[in-house]
Design a protein around this ligand. Structure first.
Ligand SMILES: C[S@@+](CC[C@H](N)C(=O)[O-])C[C@H]1O[C@@H](n2cnc3c(N)ncnc32)[C@H](O)[C@@H]1O
Length: 382
């Protein structure tokens, strides 16, 4: 008689009462006996014991792990693709330590006092794949993690790591820097994160809005997004993200990261990117209203194939301009340097009014996780 595994699909084998042992599930074509054996191996078999030690191979700290190399069932809604490959984890942490040392210009002879990492912030440490190693070098570093299960786990098994439960999209980077970066060489934050891909642009914009508080950020992102961030003008990937990131930072793709180093495996290749925030952003940025700059960049790229004289029609009518100047009229947005968007904004709107606000807070970022889920809760089911 045909039967199927029930409860949670074929991974959780629960035999339907009365069916013979040799029966094969009509869905996964695996017998009940095979499923039982797999379950036994997973719970207390030798493979499970082996993989419990996998965190030792990764770090030597030995946080408890499941067979999949992670400490709890990943939540897709929080973009939880955990790093499990020891070599990749070492490569990322080594690159971060190098970047900190470069930022602090630590002398090769070791004369300089090493930072204890009070200004190091990890976004979304999860189950500490990176922090296990980083906290040894930066004992005062801070983790911002939204998932209470991860925070509780780290408090128990990695108590030396200062991690707080927080939505990174609600973080006030300037306040954090004045609290934690005082006395650090640059007086700014060093940020690292393997982040949920669905909020990466929001995080980038929130860091940009607080650019004076951040020295550099080393972030994992989808390769495609990394290429957009670092794209030169006239390339296909050049767009809003490229303009904004390059106006405020010098982005550089460090290396690619294959799906195989994560659990669960994402569908896409990722990349580690470092964004070094500019000490001196273009002084003309202070002469335009950031809301106007945002409007011009967005509108220009909304119809990227069109000449600016056509794509900027709305803004032109808003400011009462009938013709764009020769400098801009027949150009397309991908032909403009990031800095030229400041000039274009200035030409359209004029200087920011003396009582105008050049503070960027809230200009680019839109929704926090809380707002998003509130909105999702309120939305009617489709
Ligand atoms: C891709 S996982 C990476 C976890 C860990 N760093 C690693 O490399 O294995 C992303 C982490 O960010 C956390 N996260 C997601 N949204 C967040 C938010 N808005 N604020 C803070 N952390 C968040 C998730 O809970 C998860 O731990």
């Amino acid at each position: 008689m045909a039967w199927v595994h029930t409860s949670g699909g074929c991974e959780v084998a629960r035999r339907v009462q009365g069916h013979a042992k040799s029966n094969v599930c009509v869905k996964c074509e695996r017998s009940a006996a095979t499923s039982r054996a797999r379950r036994a191996r997973r719970n207390d078999g030798p493979r499970a014991r082996d993989t419990t030690n996998r965190s030792d191979a990764t770090s030597g700290v030995g946080l408890p792990m499941t067979e999949r190399g992670i400490a709890a069932r990943p939540k897709q809604s929080l973009g939880q693709n955990f790093l499990v490959d020891p070599n990749m984890i070492r490569q990322i942490t080594a690159a971060f330590v190098d970047a900190v040392e470069q930022a602090e210009e630590v002398c090769q002879d070791g004369d300089s006092k090493q930072s204890t990492g009070r200004n190091v912030v990890e976004i979304g440490p999860g189950f500490a794949a990176l922090s296990q190693l980083l906290v040894r070098r930066f004992p005062e570093m801070l983790g911002l993690e939204i998932d209470q299960r991860a925070v509780a786990h780290l408090n128990e098994f990695l108590p030396e790591f200062n991690v707080v439960r927080q939505d990174v999209l609600e973080t006030d980077w300037k306040a954090l820097a004045s609290e934690r970066a005082v006395g650090a060489n640059s007086g700014k934050l060093y940020v690292i994160g393997n982040l949920p891909y669905n909020i990466i642009s929001q995080i980038l914009f929130s860091l940009i809005e607080s650019c004076e508080a951040v020295d550099f950020a080393m972030l994992m992102m989808q390769l495609e997004v990394a290429q957009r961030v670092a794209a030169p003008k006239n390339s296909k990937a050049y767009g809003i993200l490229s303009v904004m990131c390059q106006l405020y930072t010098e982005p550089k793709i460090l290396f690619q990261v294959p799906p195989s180093v994560f659990r669960p495996k994402p569908d896409v290749t990722s990349a580690m990117v470092i964004l070094k925030f500019r000490d001196k952003c273009n002084p003309r940025l202070d002469q335009v209203d950031p809301n106007h700059l945002r409007q011009v960049v967005r509108e220009s790229f909304q119809q990227r194939r069109k000449q600016l004289r056509n794509s900027l029609r709305l803004t032109m009518s808003q400011v009462g301009v009938t013709e764009l100047s020769e400098r801009w009229a027949s150009r397309r947005p991908q032909e403009l340097d990031p800095e030229e968007f400041i000039d274009l904004t200035y030409d359209l709107f004029g200087p920011v009014s003396p009582d105008g606000d050049t503070n960027m807070t809230g200009v680019w970022r839109t929704k926090s996780n809380k707002e998003r889920s509130r909105k999702e809760d309120a939305a009617p089911a489709l």
